[in-house]
Design a binder for this molecule. Structure first.
Ligand code: ADP
Ligand code: MG
Length: 284
């Protein structure tokens, strides 16, 4: 990024890495009756009750719920890494039957290659896709700048902070131009200040790329800060019990009064869902 240029000014019209055609935005995601029961070691674990979920192209949806309610399972099924026991996933109207470069999944621990430097980590997917060296270098640099890591191209993973690692993971995911970003508590291990900064960066990146995002967190404030829509999951077996549309203006600040009010409202509902679940367990 040249001096004085803000990240907001960088044009991130994404490019189909194989054809070079420019495109903008994400695609719709349709989850229909997806359930999951894990079987093993003589017992069955019902992780998800049938879940229906429609995410519009370019929408930012957050899933919140207690730990163990099946959030990661749902993301893995959408990513095509796990098979559903019933139901189906459609991306842009086409049924998903396995992993694809139209969807990337990001985790709490950035799964980077420790033997590669930042630049090579980011360009990894482009190499896999057989993109020519010059184009590869150009795209890699663009996305390194987008996540503010210029100057760290030659650094290795162990030389980076947790926040920087997540930035590398985000750049590496975006450079291959997925239509859908699936994020599983990606900032859960970061300190509050770094998380705050990454929220702002992610919001900007999302606004500039128009990606469809499904973001899992157990942090209700984080969900309200980022989402167009927050969906509340019940404890296991998970199902969606409540939905909140978040119409607060962007960019959002965690200190904003309306944001705090909205967060407490959702937290209150979430606690109610958990209490009810506990009562059901106790009674029977
Ligand atoms: P969350 O992400 O909401 O914390 P998960 O999706 O990780 O929840 O897990 C939901 C439930 O499914 C948990 O009870 C977990 O132990 C169980 N589970 C997840 N993955 C497996 C697996 N591969 N085999 C058996 N049980 C699993
Ligand atoms: Mg999880």
């Amino acid at each position: 990024m040249s001096k004085g240029q803000r990240v907001e000014d960088i044009q991130v019209v994404s490019q189909d890495v194989r054809t070079g055609n420019q495109r903008f935005g994400g695609v719709p995601l349709h989850v229909s009756g997806v359930s999951k029961t894990f079987a093993g070691q003589g017992r069955m674990v019902e992780a998800l009750r049938p879940v229906d979920l429609d995410v519009a192209a370019g929408e930012f949806v957050c899933l919140v719920g207690p730990s163990g309610c099946g959030k990661s399972t749902l993301l893995s099924i959408i990513a095509g890494l796990e098979t559903a026991s019933s139901g189906s996933i459609e991306v842009s109207g086409c049924q998903v039957s396995g992993p694809g470069i139209d969807r990337v999944l990001l985790f709490q621990e950035a799964a980077l290659f420790p033997w590669l430097d930042v630049q090579r980590n980011v360009e990894f997917g482009l190499r896999q896709a057989g993109i020519a060296p010059q184009k590869r270098a150009e795209l890699t640099q663009k996305f390194i700048e987008l996540v503010h890591l210029q100057g760290f191209e030659r650094s290795y993973v162990h030389q980076l902070s947790g926040g920087m690692r997540q930035r590398v993971a985000i750049a590496r995911a975006l450079v291959i131009d997925p239509a859908i970003l699936l994020m599983d508590e990606p900032f859960g291990a970061l300190d509050a200040l770094t998380r705050d900064r990454l929220h702002a960066e992610l919001e900007t990146i999302w606004a500039n790329t128009g990606k469809t995002v499904v973001f899992v967190t157990h942090n209700v404030q984080e969900a309200v800060a980022l989402a167009d829509r927050v969906l509340v999951f019940s404890p296991r077996p998970g199902r969606i019990t409540h939905e909140f549309r978040i119409d607060l203006p962007r960019p959002r600040s965690l200190e904003d009064h309306d944001l705090m009010n909205e967060s407490s409202r959702i937290l209150h509902v979430l606690k109610g869902v958990m209490d009810e679940h506990e009562r059901e367990q106790t009674n029977g």
